[in-house]
Design a protein around this ligand. Sequence first.
Ligand code: AMP
Ligand code: MG
Length: 423
Amino acid sequence: MSSGDCCDASDRLLTLTEALAAALRFISPIHETETVALFDAYGRVLAADLPARIDVPPHDNSAMDGFALYWADLKLDTPTRLPVIGDALAGHPYPAAVPVGATVRITTGGVIPDGPDAVVMQEQCLIAPDTGWIELEAQTAARIRRGENIRRRGEDVRAGTVLLPGGLRLRPQDVALAAGQGYAALTVVRQLRVAVASTGDELHPPGVDLPPGAIYESNRYILIGLLRRLGCVVTDLGVLRDEREVMLPVLRDAAATHDVLLTSGGVSVGAADRVKEVIAELGTIQFWRLAVKPGKPVTFGRIGDCLVLGLPGNPVSVMVSFLLFARPLLLRRMATMPAEPLRVRAVADFSFRRKPGRREWLRARLRPDPAQGWLVMIYPTHSSGVLSSLSWADGLIELLEDCTGVAPGDTVDYLPFSGLGVE
Ligand code: AMP
Ligand code: MG
C-alpha cells in the first residue's frame, strides 16, 4: 500500500479530529459553476458573494393598514380631526404631497407620501367613510410616536452590501432574499458527481430470491439517500464481487468520471477485503483506520482527481462514518464550509461501560421529561450490524475518546440526525 502525507507515522490511530483536519486540507473544492433559475437553486452552493443591487424596501412604506399623517398635527388635549384627501394603497402611490392638517388612507406596504411622518393604525381611528374624516382620541394620540409604523427605505437590505456570501448552501429564505433583489437566476457551483458501490459476495439486491448464505444489500440505500439530500448527482455502481478483477475496472472508470467515489465493505482485515488493495493499486491511500467506534476501518485516498472514501461494511458503521466523517469532506468538495454537527446537552437515561481510547457514537432517542428536561436513552444492543437500531434512533450520543462510561443522570452530548442533514 502506498502511503500519503497525512498518515500517522506511529501505530496510533488517527482521531476523528486529526483525520478531518488532514483530509479537509487535502481536498480541493470544485470550481466549475452554472447558472440556475431560482426555483432550481435550493440546496445549491452559491459560487461567489452576491451583492445587493437595490435598497429593500425601496421606499419608506407603511407597516400597517391605517392613515398617514403629520405627527405634529396630533392634539393631546382634545380629539384630532383630519380630512382624508386620498389613498396610498400598496402598489398605488399617492401622486402628490400631502398638506399639513390632512391625511391619506394607506395599506400595509403602501409608499409613505411626501409629508406625513407617522402612520396611525386603522383600529385606533374613528372612521367616518361617508364624511371623509378621521378622528383620534387625545389618549390615543398621546401614545403615537413620530415615525410610528413606518418601515424605512433600506432597513432590510442596503444596496452595495453583500446580500449572501459565496459558499452558502442556499435555503428557501436565501433564495427568497435573492428574489427580493430582482435576481431571476443564480450562479452556483456545479453539483458534485458521486459514484457509490457496495462490495461483498454475500450481497444481493432486493427483489430477487436469496441463495443460501446470502443477504439483501442495504448500504447503497443509506448512502444514496444521504447523498441525494446533500444535492449530489449519484451514479449507482451496484454491488461488486470481492474480486480484484471485478472491482478494478469499475473503480478505475468511475474515478475518471466522478468527483468522489464512495464504497462500503471490504476495507477491514478479512480475507475477502480487497477494496483497500484496489484503491492503493489505482491511486493513493492517505490514511486507513481511525480511533472511532463504529467505523474504525474507514479508508481515505484518491484516484487521480477523484476523492475515494472507503467506508466499512456494517450498515450502522456506514451511516455513522458517513455522517461524521464523509459528510464534512463532501461539503468541502462541494465548495461550502461544513459546520460542526449540532450537539445538544441531554441527561442520560441509561448506563454504559466502555474502554477509553476511541470516540464512540451510540444510537439514541431523545424525549422531554417534565422534571429533568431532555432525557436521552440508547438502543439495547450495540452491534454495528443492527440496522433496525438506526431506524429506531433520532440521533446519536457522542462519547469522547477518554470517556470511561456513562451513569444515569450524567450529562451527555446528543447529536440529532436533523443537525446532520437527515430528517
Ligand atoms: P465487510 O466490511 O465487507 O467485512 O462487511 C462487514 C459486515 O457488513 C458483513 O457482515 C457484511 O455482510 C455486511 N455488509 C457489508 N456490506 C453490506 C451491504 N451493502 N448491505 C448490508 N450488509 C453489508
Ligand atoms: Mg465484505
